[in-house]
Design a protein around this ligand. Structure first.
Ligand code: GUN
Length: 295
């Protein structure tokens, strides 16, 4: 059996289109377009690529993007001053401070300083707490993208066994909360989990978010499971360019799973589409307009 390849690029393109339509409606109703501010400290090449795609997608959706590029030497106080300015800027509905930050800036302090109503990353404790308690929240974009793909694949997730590998605040924990919200039975596995292959082998849904190249092997997967691979790892190749692989050994897992996301072209594009959606949602809530429907 060869697994269905879940096309995250196509799903993201469809969502971008719907968001762009809803942006036009918002702009007409509110008299202004939604705005997203991105902040990049330093010149990490991978982060610079992500930020460029985010800004491109923002403009393509008809939203306004405000990009702030700060030098590597920026102090925490300077970054906090910028966040404060963006919090007070009425044109800005979403604030995204790209992580990781330079080591002398405390990311927890910066995240806590972002107005929760503009926290389109969903990293602020207020949003994490709202998600965990079932209140209306801004939700981290990567797990939201995974959930979108899972729903498209499965319809209802109720009663299914889901294993999330990884317990980060960005992916693992919010992913588990979203799956619980869908009435799945959720296990969070991590580096200290005993007998990970056995735990994974029970799952109808596997979400791998550990950041270790091809760690999840094909013979761990239960036949017919749905596999969502959040990992993006560059492995060396002979030509020196390197190759992107996920946290799951794709070819092996394809032999066993019912459906699997490729890397690249799976979860990655969905993350950016969800960022656009969250910016639009934040704009509606800030403007006191009901959330857009059908997204
Ligand atoms: N770095 C890696 N992923 C993310 C993300 O989703 N948001 C931000 N702000 N930084 C990241």
């Amino acid at each position: 059996m060869t697994a269905r390849r879940i096309d995250g690029k196509a799903a993201a393109a469809e969502l971008h289109e719907r968001v762009a339509g809803a942006v036009r409606n918002f702009t007409q109703a509110a008299g202004r377009a939604p705005g997203l501010a991105t902040v990049l400290v330093g010149e990490d090449p991978a982060s610079a690529v992500y930020i460029r795609s985010k800004n491109k997608a923002t403009a393509a959706a008809g939203m306004v993007s405000f990009h702030h590029q700060l030098p590597e030497t920026t102090s925490e106080a300077e970054l906090l001053a910028l966040v404060d300015e963006l919090n007070r800027d009425e044109r800005v509905d979403g604030i995204l401070v790209q992580l990781p930050l330079p080591s002398d800036i405390d990311d927890k302090t910066v995240i806590a300083a972002i107005d929760p109503a503009k926290d389109v990353d969903g990293f602020h404790a207020e949003n994490a707490g709202k998600l965990a308690t079932g209140l209306e929240a801004l939700v981290p974009c990567t797990p939201l993208g995974c959930l979108h793909l899972l729903r498209a694949e499965l319809g209802s997730l109720a009663g299914l066994d889901a294993v999330v590998i990884g317990r980060s605040n960005i992916v693992g924990k919010p992913m588990a909360m979203l799956l619980l919200g869908e009435n799945a039975t959720v296990t969070i596995a991590h580096s200290r989990t005993r007998d990970l292959p056995e735990v994974v082998g029970r799952a109808d849904i596997v979400v791998a978010a550990v950041g270790r190249a091809e760690m999840v092997r094909g013979d761990w997967i239960k036949p017919g499971a749905i596999v969502i691979d959040v990992g993006i790892n560059r492995i060396p190749t002979e030509d020196g360019k390197g190759r992107l692989v996920g946290d799951v050994a794709y070819d092996e897992a394809s032999e066993v799973a019912a459906a699997i996301t490729p890397v690249p072209g799976g979860v990655g594009p969905m993350t950016i589409a969800m960022l656009m959606r969250s910016t639009l949602v934040a704009a509606h809530r800030r403007a006191g307009i009901a959330d857009p429907e059908g997204l």
